[in-house]
Design a protein around this ligand. Structure first.
Ligand SMILES: [Zn+2]
Length: 70
């Protein structure tokens, strides 16, 4: 007897199957997967809007993401 492994969707908290049949695991749906992915990009990384000429020096550090939460 093989009961499907059920986890909890990190995005909305709903039960989500962790089997390979769930293409969006550990999320419950594509929507939650995309939402989490967007939050991950916006919260963790600052994507430069302009590509700098790479001279190998004087590269400013990215803005601290914590500043955006204030
Ligand atoms: Zn969900």
């Amino acid at each position: 007897m093989t009961a499907p492994r059920i986890g909890r969707c990190p995005q909305c908290g709903a039960p989500a199957t962790l089997e390979t049949s769930n293409a969006f695991r550990p999320f419950c749906s594509e929507r939650c997967k995309l939402l989490d992915f967007g939050a991950w990009i916006n919260g963790q990384y600052t994507i430069p809007a302009v590509e700098n000429d790479v001279d190998g020096e004087d590269i400013e550090p990215p803005n601290d993401p914590r500043d955006r939460l204030q």
